[in-house]
Design a protein around this ligand. Structure first.
Ligand SMILES: CC1=C(CCC(=O)O)c2cc3nc(cc4[nH]c(cc5[nH]c(cc1n2)c(C)c5CCC(=O)O)c(CCC(=O)O)c4C)C(CCC(=O)O)=C3C
Ligand SMILES: [Fe+2]
Length: 375
């Protein structure tokens, strides 16, 4: 009988993130890495570069990941979970391939992977799996042993992800004067993606228009609205809206945009809005620029009071959720029945992405799924 804190078969945990620039000289090479072969218009890149330069060329994402690593180390130590932690990024140093090489050289062969993306979709899931496969292929080409990597399931509906956001919304609401607060709306925001990518982000028969991507965000929004009602006795009106659109204008992406939504609400006489960035695990540049800078300026122009609620970041409840996800998956791999914690209507998601899940335009090998070339 194995210990409930036994992470076997896993011998390490990899925090896999997007990566971001750490200074002005990093910005253009970072954007070149992100957009390699992705057909993002030149004007959009110049525009996005400006967002980074406004903050000294520093993305907030790396500091957020360092803080999360600290929170994870603390939580694991407190709970007697002995599992080495590593960090690698898809688009900036520390690069995923370098980290996986280091892990392999350190003797790790069975690696659990936590991606800093909570929802389904090509951009939020398969693209991470493709990058894992690319890095494993690089190790193989170097003659190194190829470790097995298992991506932990999506955690958008895990209480350790949802509850910190509920507290954030309560704090943002409390920041309005009572008379203004009474009529406030909640605007849940996430990254816009092409509608075609949303529709194929999970089995369409299961989720309808917008696919798993939209269904999962709606589930989280409802959970937060319900929890806020339980706490305050008020059911605040709400809507799921989008931000950070890129790509060619003739290709349809998910709408409405947060700024257009603020204008609509203002036109309807809504006195205040809390922007709730449920699509982002921590304070990414999309949160600092697209919400705190751009949407705030829009609201100021309209004379509409707005607040932005906190992202989950390094909240200790999220760190605990990560521990639970590792131990849950370890138990499953050990052949035991695992408790798979999830709130809302959708329930816990799959451990292994099914064949053809959240497809890319061009077929590339992707690790950690039923169609992985590496087992
Ligand atoms: C769903 C989603 C997430 C959430 C899930 C997750 O977190 O993974 C996310 C996260 C992020 N996206 C980020 C940055 C960028 N994303 C871009 C482009 C794109 N993102 C897309 C989607 C997503 N993106 C899509 C459909 C595109 C267009 C084409 C493509 O490439 O598929 C571009 C190119 C320029 C532009 O178009 O804006 C940049 C610079 C950063 C780092 C921010 C920082 O520095 O803090 C983070 C965390
Ligand atoms: Fe993105």
């Amino acid at each position: 009988m194995s210990d409930l804190r036994d992470p076997a078969p896993y011998d390490a945990l990899l925090l896999l993130s997007f990566g971001g620039p750490e200074g002005p000289d990093d910005v253009v090479p970072f954007l070149a890495n992100v957009t390699r072969g992705r057909g993002i218009p030149e004007e959009r890149l110049k525009e996005v570069g400006k967002h980074y330069f406004l903050f000294g060329g520093v993305s907030p994402i790396n500091a957020q990941n360092r803080a999360l690593l600290d929170a994870l180390r603390k939580d694991f130590a407190e709970h007697g979970l002995d599992l080495p932690l590593y960090w690698g990024n898809r688009n900036w140093a520390p690069y995923l391939t370098d980290t996986l090489r280091e892990m392999t050289v350190d003797g790790h062969r069975r690696i659990a992977v936590l991606a800093t993306s909570a929802y389904a979709s090509y951009s939020g899931c398969r693209q991470y799996r493709e990058n894992l496969a690319e890095s494993l292929a690089a190790l193989e080409a170097e003659g190194l042993p190829v470790p097995r990597v298992d991506k932990l399931r999506h955690y958008f509906n895990h209480p350790g992800f949802v509850r910190p956001m509920v507290d954030g919304v309560l704090a943002a609401l409390a920041d309005f004067p009572a008379d203004v607060r009474a009529g406030a709306h909640l605007a849940f925001t996430t990254h816009s993606i092409p509608i075609s990518a949303a529709d194929t982000s999970g089995p369409v028969e299961e989720h309808g228009d917008g696919g798993a991507y939209v269904a999962e965000h709606l589930d989280v929004a409802r959970l937060i609205v319900d929890a806020v009602r339980e706490e305050t006795g008020v059911e605040y009106p709400w809507q799921l809206v989008y931000q950070s659109r890129s790509g060619a204008p003739h290709i349809p992406w998910l709408e409405p945009d947060i700024c257009d939504h603020l204008e609509t609400l203002h036109g309807e006489g809504v006195p205040a809005v809390v922007m709730v960035p449920i699509g982002f695990v921590s304070d990414h540049m999309e949160v600092l620029y697209d919400l705190d800078t751009e949407a705030n300026a829009k609201a100021a122009e309209l004379g509409l009071p707005v607040r932005r609620s906190a992202t989950v970041g390094a909240d200790p409840r999220f760190a605990a959720a990560v521990r639970e996800l590792v131990l849950e998956r370890a138990a499953t791999e050990q052949g035991r029945v695992a408790q798979r914690c999830a709130l809302g209507a959708l329930g816990p998601g799959h451990d292994l992405c099914p064949v053809g899940c959240c497809p890319a335009r061009a077929l590339k090998p992707a690790a950690a799924g039923a169609d992985s070339p590496y087992v």
